[in-house]
Ligand binder design. Sequence first.
Ligand code: CP
Length: 356
Amino acid sequence: MTHHSLGPAPSGAGHFSSPALAEPPRPGSGLPLHLDRRHLLGLEGLDRAEVLALLEAAEGYRGRLARARAGEPGGGLPFDDLAGVTVLLGFFEDSTRTRVSFELAARYLGATVTTLTTAGSAVSKGETLYDTVQNVRAMGVDVVVVRHVASGAPYFLARHLDVSVVNAGDGRHEHPTQGLLDLMTLRDAWQGRFEGRRLALIGDIAHSRVARSAIFGLRALGASVTIAGPRTLLPAGVEALGCTVAATVEEAMEGADAVMALRIQRERMDSGLLPTLGEFSRVWGLDPERVRLLARDAVVLHPGPINRGIEVAPEVADSERSVILDQVGNGVALRCAVLARCAAARRAARAGGAAA
Ligand code: CP
């Protein structure tokens, strides 16, 4: 696959450090990028109130979407929340769930939506990410949703271009909308209470942007996280994020209020990190026996795509405890909330600029 040349990523991106917090304030907004609501670049640095506001907004959209689909009075689809807003879905790395749900969300809110992928765009001819987005910006794009193999790519765009940027997954750095939809799903399972709850995160932590966003989000809401996985797939310094490292999957899962299996990311993995997938499955996979170690009413999550029989046994993925498809369903409402928040902040910033 052809990848963009990108330019410098934020220092530390892709490691378990704090690149978002190291970003200088952007001229004009006076805010560090991670606090500028025109963008959603990561969950790192967001406080409890900010995270809860996004979850509340997503819940509001979930209700509105359900009522609209049921044909109840009060507004059919599309809504007009994003009327006049143009959204680019720049998916320069493969995706099913994130891409489709962002597209549905943007269309449900009445935005004009266009999609770019590596294949079929001038990226395959060597155009840089900066030039690609600058060109679509010149056509009037307001919000860029970007998935990219390079950690830090969304920061790069937000820093250099006058567009709202939503991170749809950057390398091994963050996947903030996945983190938020995971929180939304856990909030349902945990009856709205995060304090005192514990999630076990199992598997390939080192390559997982999902793990980072989940840890940042859960910590902001007062829940704890235990991680477990092969030593070769645990990043150095992960404890600094405030999670506990367990020696075995059983230790991590014993009494946990939820477990999330992470996908083995073969595309990001150097050879030799895992002996065999069969051994991974035997030592770290979620099977019915291990699931019985969880707390009563605990749920099973997976961000997808699932490698069935490797990270999670099919009978667990399809069991009553599994909320994997709830995660996917919640993604649409959650992404409605994120797009609406970024577009509203962009409108406000522009109105302020015009008034000044
Ligand atoms: N969870 C997730 O990001 O899935 P996709 O890669 O299919 O978007």
